[in-house]
Design a protein around this ligand. Structure first.
Ligand code: A3D
Length: 321
C-alpha cells in the first residue's frame, strides 16, 4: 500500500507546523508548496533533518512547482495573507480571493481526486471560492474553523472549572467570525452540563451566566487576542492542529463528528452556503451533516451568523470572483 500523500499549499506559519505534524505523526508523505523561491525547501529540509531524532520515515519535501502535488490524497490550503493587529478577517477578502482562485485552478489540475481542507481567511468565503473554481464535489471541500473555535471554547471552560480539557465537550456553530455561536446549552464535562457546574461553583445563577458570557466573548475574539499579542501574524499552532485532526479523520475513515465549514443544502434552514456545523468526517470528506434541534435564541444567533457569511460571499461575488 502506498503512503498517503498530503499537499500543503502555503508554506508560511501554519504550513510549516502542518508539515512538522505530518512528519512526526507519520501521516504520509508531505509536499509543502509556496510561491517564495527556496522557502518551502528550506523549511522541509529543516524538518527532515530532525527525522533521526523524532524517528520518522515520512518524506517531507518543499517545492515551487504545482506539478509536485500530483495525485495528492489530501490538500490543505493556507496560502494567503494573515491578519495584522486591528484588521478583521474580512479585510483580507480581495487579496486572498485572488490567491485562492489560482490555488484552486492548480489543485484542480494536479490533484483532481484530493479532498481539500481550506484554512485561509476569510474562511467561509475562501472555501466557497475554492469549491466554485475547482468544481470539486461539495463533500470534498471542507473549511477548518469550527474545530479550532470549539477547542478555544473547551480550553477556556476547562481553565474556569479547573478540570482536564479532555473531559470537555463544547462546540461552536456558524461562520468563522465575531458572529460565531458557541453553544452553551450543549457544553458539558463528561456529560454534566457546564452551566450546572458553574452554578454550583458560584452558588449564583446570575454570576454563572456572567462567567459563561465572558467565556463566550473570549472564544469569539480569541483569534484577535492572539493577533494582538503576536503583532506580526495570527495563530498558527492551533489552526494546524485543528486541520490535522480533520485530515486524520479523512485518512483513517474515522467518522468523527467534527464542527467544520460544510456546504449546506437545507440543513439548519440554510440553502447553498458553506457554514460551520457538525458533520461526520470520513474517507469521503463530509459524509453527512449532523442536524439537531436548536433553541430559539440559538437559532436566531445562527441565522445572524449565516447572514454575515452571506454578506461576505455576496461581497466576493460583487468583486467578480
Ligand atoms: P503566512 O505565514 O503569511 O503564510 C502564508 C503563505 O502563503 C506565505 O508563505 C506566502 O508566501 C504564501 N502564498 C502567498 N500567495 C501564495 C500563492 N499564490 N500560492 C501559494 N502560496 C502563497 O500566514 P499563516 O500561515 O499564518 O496563515 C495563513 C492563512 O490562514 C491566513 O489567511 C490566515 O488568516 C488564515 N488563518 C486561518 C485560521 C482559521 O482558523 C480559519 C486561523 C489562523 C489563520
Amino acid at each position: 500500500m502506498r503512503r498517503a500523500k498530503i499537499a500543503l499549499i502555503g508554506g508560511g506559519q501554519i504550513g510549516g507546523v502542518l508539515a512538522q505534524l505530518i512528519a512526526v505523526r507519520q501521516l504520509g508523505d508531505g509536499v509543502l508548496f509556496d510561491i517564495v523561491e527556496d522557502f518551502p525547501q528550506g523549511k522541509t529540509l529543516d524538518i527532515a533533518e530532525a527525522s533521526a531524532i523524532d524517528g520518522f520515515d515520512a518524506r517531507i519535501t518543499g517545492t515551487n512547482s504545482y506539478a509536485d502535488i500530483a495525485d495528492s490524497d489530501i490538500v490543505i490550503i493556507t496560502a494567503g495573507l494573515p491578519r495584522k493587529p486591528g484588521m478583521s478577517r474580512d479585510d483580507l477578502l480581495t487579496t486572498n480571493a485572488k490567491i485562492m482562485k489560482s490555488v484552486a485552478e492548480n489543485v484542480a489540475k494536479y490533484a483532481p481526486n484530493s479532498t481539500v481542507i481550506v484554512i485561509s481567511n476569510p474562511l467561509d468565503a475562501m472555501v466557497t471560492l475554492f469549491q466554485k473554481v475547482s468544481g470539486f464535489p461539495y463533500n470534498r471541500v471542507i473549511g477548518q474553523a469550527g474545530v479550532l473555535d470549539s477547542s478555544r471554547f473547551a480550553t477556556f471552560i476547562a481553565w474556569e472549572l479547573g478540570v482536564s480539557v479532555k473531559d470537555i465537550n463544547a462546540m461552536t456553530l456558524g461562520g468563522h467570525g465575531d458572529t460565531m455561536v458557541p453553544l452553551t446549552r450543549y457544553a458539558n464535562v463528561n456529560g454534566i452540563p457546564v452551566m450546572e457546574l458553574l452554578e454550583r461553583k458560584y452558588k449564583d445563577a446570575g454570576k454563572a451566566a456572567e462567567v459563561m458570557n465572558a467565556i463566550i466573548e473570549r472564544t469569539k475574539m480569541a483569534g484577535g487576542e492572539v493577533v494582538k499579542l503576536l503583532k506580526t501574524g495570527s495563530a498558527f499552532y492551533s489552526p494546524a492542529s485543528a486541520a490535522i485532526q480533520m485530515a486524520e479523520a479523512i485518512l483513517f475513515d474515522e467518522k468523527r463528528v467534527l464542527p467544520v465549514c460544510a456546504h449546506l443544502n437545507g440543513q439548519f434552514g440554510v440553502e447553498g452556503y458553506y457554514v460551520g456545523v457538525p458533520a461526520i468526517i470520513g474517507k469521503d470528506g463530509v459524509e453527512n451533516v449532523v442536524e439537531f434541534s436548536l433553541a430559539e435564541e440559538e437559532k436566531s444567533a445562527l441565522d445572524k451568523s449565516v447572514d454575515a457569511v452571506k454578506e461576505l460571499v455576496d461581497a466576493m461575488n460583487r468583486l467578480g470572483f
